[in-house]
Structure formats: C-alpha cells, structure tokens
Design a protein around this ligand. Structure first.
Ligand SMILES: Cc1ncc(COP(=O)(O)O)c(C=O)c1O
Length: 497
C-alpha cells in the first residue's frame, strides 16, 4: 500500500494515514476482509514511528471501518464497505442516443489492439482476454492424438455432439433448460452476434442497444444498416423506463443486452431487472439477443441468464470460450430454441460450413479433463488481485474528479472522466508513451458519449502501476491546464493592482 504523506501539512500524520486508508476502502481499492499492512511494515515503508500507525489504526477502528483480530492484525470490516457497490461510482446522466450516421472504428480499434500485443514494452489496457491454462498444450496434443479420422473431414454446421453435450451440461448448471439440440457452435461469439443480427435485422430496422456497449456489436449493426437506439445504462442495467418508451414508439426488431458483467461497465443485472426486461420484450414482441461472454469470470454467484426465464423462444443466447480459455481457438456457442434454430443453422452453414473441428476437439478435451473449474478459480483469484491493484493505482494517480466502477468479475474497469477531458488526445499521447487504452467514442453508437476509458486489468501489477501513473499524469495535465492559466492570470491581476 502506497500512501503519500504531506510532511509539511498541519494535519497530523496519523490522520493523513487514516484518511488515505478510508478513501481506499470507500473507492473499493480495499475490500471487506482485506488485511491492512502490519504496523511494523507500514511504519517502515512510510518512515514513521510505529505509534503513529497504531494511532491511525485505532481511529479507523473507532470509525468502524476496520477491526482488529487478536494476533492476526487489522482487517477491513464487513459492514464498512460500500465499495463493491456500483451505484456509488456509476452515475452518469445520459440521454437516449440515436446516431444520424455510423462510421465504425471497430476495424482500427481491433487491429491496433492486436498489433499492440506484439509490441515489446507496450502496456495494453485496451484488450481483455485471459491467459491460457498452463496445461492447454498437453491437452491439445492429447486431443489430436486421440482424434478420430472424422476430425480432419467436413463436419456438421452445428458442431460436434460431444462438445454440445458438454456445453449443455454447463448451461444447465447456470439454470437453463437446454440440450445439445439447442446449441450451435460458432467461430467465437462475434460470429454468433453476426448470425443473429443478420437473421433478425433488415436495413432500416430499429435495434435497441445499451449505451455504452460492446463495439463489435455496433459495427455489425452499422454494416447491416440498422438504425440504432442507444438506451442508457444505469447502475442497475439498461434504463427500462426509457426502453419501454422506445419499444412503444419505434417498434424495434431486437434488443441487444449484455446481462452479466456488461462490457464495458462491468454491471450485472438483478433477477428482477432480467424478468422485467423479458416481460417488456414479450409485451412489445421484440426478441432479445443476450450476450454472456464474461459469466465464467464472475467473482460471486449471479442470477440465471434471461434465456433461463424464456418460455416463448424470445431470447437467443450467445457465449464464448475466448474469455475463459483462449480467444485464438475461436470457439463460441449459441442457444437457439424453437423455429429459429434451423434458420440460423442454415446461415451458419452459408458463412463457413462449420467451426474448426480441431478447435472444438481441444475445448471438448479440456472440458472432459475436469480442469476448467480449477482454471477459472485461478483466473478469478488473479483478477481480484489485479483489479484491486488497479483500484489502488487509480486512487493514487487519477484526478479526484474521476469515478470508476468496481466490477465483481470480468476484465475491465470503466472510468468516467470530467466533461472537459479530451480523451482522443489523451489516447494519442498515451500511445506515444507505450500505453494503449480504449476511450469513450468506440462504445457509443454516436462515437461520442461521455468522456471515459475502459481499462483491462489482466496485466501484471508492474504494468498496471506504470500505465495508470502515465495516464494519471496526462489526465491531470489536461484537466488542470485551464486552472493553471486562470491562477497565473489571477496572480498577474493581484500583482498589477
Ligand atoms: C461482449 C462481447 N461479446 C462478444 C465478444 C466477441 O468475443 P469472441 O468472438 O472472441 O468470442 C466480445 C469480445 O471482447 C465481447 O466483449
């Protein structure tokens, strides 16, 4: 824990430490149950007397935000942590966005992020995917060694039966009633998105998306010449009052939603929100495309997907192994029920005949090995840690005016910046210092939205520390530029009076 002390300040040092730790708890950088540094360690790192730390910890204990455990040290208390509560940090007031024209930046954004992966020294906050499991090469070799001849021939468009059965089992555990016959294996969930959007949307149709949302979906909609209605996200998920207004007035053909660990805000909707959304969709006869790319990376249990509530085949569900195993395999899947199954399957065939049998066999072998649960537990433990490191770095380096979400899983933090921050300029300046970020414009259909950054925390602690400090300096430079000029102006006035 780094605490900057102002040794010249009139505020006593122990109170500065108390305030700093309180802020870390409030912001979510320190979570309920987290252990505070030992008195000796903190005293040494801050170069203060141990009594100063004891005094600071005593005040924090009296404030009720930490508690002492005999022989174990001081811990953030359970009752004191508003931090994991997205409400406290996600409160932009937004209007519905209906862009007049598109102009997707998906291609540039995606290729820049992929290019950055191979650049030595580049700190890439812009892409989110997990490290592959350590044993994946062994498993891949085993999958190929055991491969039947059929693996190297043409296959059915819906994908391999064994893999579909395994995925159906996983989904049943999430609360869905599905069988292998409802599943189509896709080339990542991006293909799932593309197939479903092409199935439901004709040029000129209205489509509802959340704003902000995943830019890969916006790009497909623009290509299909759909007319996009961006309904603002709230801390609870898509604003359902506004949704109903637009369902009534515009009669859209589809609602695209990311219900769990929403990309980019990290918000997971409640069971009640999901039920209400589905009811509205049924009332106005508007199908839902539910994208659930990140559920495997949840730090805590989440409600069953909207698809689990769907009795009338209103919901198509897509997901992927890109975030939990590796994106290079390009294995995703979709759950399609009722009459839509055959029609979407035919579309899949026209696209690419079928998803790579070799990739499917590797995923299937991995699932059969029973290692997925352990791998996910490791990823979650790692991401809780790197998320917290990022929260602490944001607290340390970003301007006071910045706000961020504290997602309970996934790979991203969503940072909201003051209105006058030129995010495009900052992105360019950061890149010149080998830091790549995804800024607001790509997540909004009008390519503007409000000033934000999405920061991936699947990086090393050193990269996070360095990258956030560079971004923080740039933000402060732009934010306080005007203020400096003003204060110099005032000084000149004072001198000339
Ligand atoms: C919400 C969402 N959906 C779909 C995708 C596409 O992922 P893939 O095609 O690798 O499965 C992504 C990728 O980042 C995503 O964030």
């Amino acid at each position: 824990m780094k605490i900057l002390l102002e040794r010249q300040s009139s505020k006593p040092i122990y109170l500065q430490i108390r305030d700093r730790i309180s802020r870390l708890i409030k912001s979510g950088a320190l979570q309920s149950g987290d252990r505070l540094p030992s008195i000796r360690c903190l005293a040494e790192s801050l170069q203060v007397n141990k009594l100063t730390i004891i005094e600071a910890y005593n005040v924090l204990e009296a404030d009720g935000v930490v508690c002492a455990r005999q022989g174990a040290g001081y811990f953030v208390s359970n009752t004191s942590v508003p931090c994991a509560n997205l409400k406290s940090t996600f409160a932009p007031t937004q209007n519905v966005i209906i862009p007049e024209q598109g102009g997707s930046c998906f291609f540039d954004m995606y290729t820049a992020a992929v290019h950055a992966q191979s650049q030595p020294g580049m700190i890439n906050f812009s892409l989110g995917f997990s490290h592959p499991p350590k044993d994946i090469d062994l498993i891949a070799r085993r999958a190929l060694r055991q491969a039947p001849d059929s693996l190297f021939q043409y296959d059915f468009p819906q994908g391999q039966l064994t893999l579909r059965r395994q995925i159906a089992q996983m989904l049943i555990q999430q609360g869905m009633e599905v069988s292998a016959d409802n599943l189509i294996i896709t080339n990542g969930s991006e293909q799932g998105l593309s197939l479903v959007l092409q199935y439901y949307i004709q040029p000129g149709d209205w489509v509802i998306v959340e704003t902000p949302t995943y830019f890969g979906a916006i790009a497909i909609l623009e290509k299909l010449r759909a007319k996009i209605i961006g309904i603002p996200m709230t801390a609870e998920g898509m604003n359902l009052e506004l949704l109903e207004q637009y369902l009534k007035s515009h009669r859209p053909k589809l609602i695209y939603t990311i219900s769990t660990l929403h990309n980019p805000t990290g918000i997971t909707t409640t069971q009640a929100h999901r039920q209400h959304l589905l009811k509205l969709a049924e009332k106005y006869e508007c199908p839902i495309l539910e994208d659930n790319a990140y559920e495997g990376l949840c730090f805590e249990s989440v409600p069953a997907p909207i698809k689990a509530l769907d009795k009338q085949d209103f919901v198509t569900y897509i997901s992927t192994f890109s975030k939990t195993l590796m994106p290079g395999l390009r294995v995703g899947y979709m759950v399609v029920t009722g009459k839509h199954y055959q029609a979407i399957l035919e579309q899949k065939l026209l696209h690419d005949l079928h998803t790579s049998s070799i990739s499917q066999a590797i995923v299937s072998e991995y699932l059969a090995s029973g290692h997925l649960r352990r791998h996910l537990n490791q990823l979650r433990a790692e991401y809780i840690q790197t998320r917290n490191i990022m929260l602490q770095a944001l607290e340390r380096y970003f301007p006071e005016e910045a706000r961020w979400t504290v997602p309970n899983g996934g790979l991203f933090l969503w940072v909201q910046l003051p209105d006058n921050i030129p995010t495009k300029t900052i992105r360019i300046e950061a890149l010149s210092q080998s830091v790549l970020v995804a800024c607001s414009s790509v997540f909004f259909p009008d390519k503007q939205g409000y000033p934000t950054m999405r920061l991936s925390y699947c990086l090393t602690p050193e990269e996070i520390e360095k990258g956030i400090s560079i971004l923080g300096k740039l933000l402060k430079k732009h934010l306080y530029k005007g203020c400096e000029r003003m204060s110099r102006y005032h000084q000149t006035l004072v001198h000339s009076i």
